[in-house]
Design a protein around this ligand. Structure first.
Ligand code: PEP
Length: 228
């Protein structure tokens, strides 16, 4: 069972340090926990991963960080393809797959996000699967350090997670493409996490908003521990 926190553009370095200190007061007891803070809060810690990274060691890529900066903090985990990067920043599948290849080649653990927008979901599961397949182009789906995160765009940050039925049918489809762990993300919170992680083919959760409060995140880890 994997429980991961995506801080997005929230928290300072100081706040992240305090958060980690508080978080580590509980025993994870076999639950794998990952925390993705903003760049300025990257630090050497086994829980930490980067929300994004450029596919190069270093170079003329203003506003980006690459392998050299991640190595400084011994970071070996990266999130790639988050819908906010795909849809707000405008990252293409070609670019995303370049990032994947680069960090795979460097032996990173990769949390790779996919998810359809509402207009695609409205067309039904076949269209959703086609859309997701396009987000998997160029990705080695059997990479041993890959974790996939299915995050329907319409459920991210909306407070309304996908229904149990929709998560179930979509994860069953994704399972046909990979044997690696598949997380669900999209408005996961303490009152729905139990139901979600009990769904077949859900191997954990990626949590945005509800991870920001460390006590809430700890509560969700505790629930995951019981189910594991
Ligand atoms: C996310 O950003 O990956 C996410 C799932 O956000 P939220 O939990 O806020 O919907």
């Amino acid at each position: 069972m994997i429980v991961a926190a995506n801080f997005k553009m929230h928290k300072t370095r100081k706040e992240t340090k305090e958060y980690l200190k508080e978080l580590k007061k509980i025993d994870f007891n076999g639950v794998k926990v990952a925390v993705f803070p903003p760049f300025t809060a990257l630090m050497e810690d086994e829980l930490i991963g980067a929300q994004n990274a450029y596919p190069a060691i270093n170079g003329a890529f203003t506003g980006e960080i690459g392998l050299e900066q991640l190595n400084e903090f011994n970071i070996k985990r990266v999130l790639i393809g988050h819908s906010e990067r795909r849809h707000i920043i405008g990252e293409s599948q070609e670019f995303i797959s370049k990032k994947f290849d680069f960090y795979k080649e460097k032996g990173f653990e990769i949390f790779y996000c996919i998810g359809e927008p509402l207009e695609v979901r409205k067309k039904g599961i076949d269209e959703v699967v086609k859309y997701l397949q396009n987000q998997l182009v160029g990705i080695d789906l059997e990479y041993e350090k890959l974790t996939v995160a299915y995050e329907p765009v319409w459920a991210i940050g909306t407070g309304e997670s996908a229904s149990i039925e929709k998560i179930k049918e979509t994860h069953a489809e994704i399972r046909k493409f990979t044997t690696r762990p598949v997380l669900y993300g999209g408005s996961v919170k303490p009152d729905n996490i139990k139901e979600i992680i009990n769904i077949p083919n859900v191997d954990g959760v990626l949590i945005g908003g509800a991870s920001l409060d460390v006590e809430t995140f700890k509560e969700m880890i505790k629930i995951a521990k019981e189910i594991k």
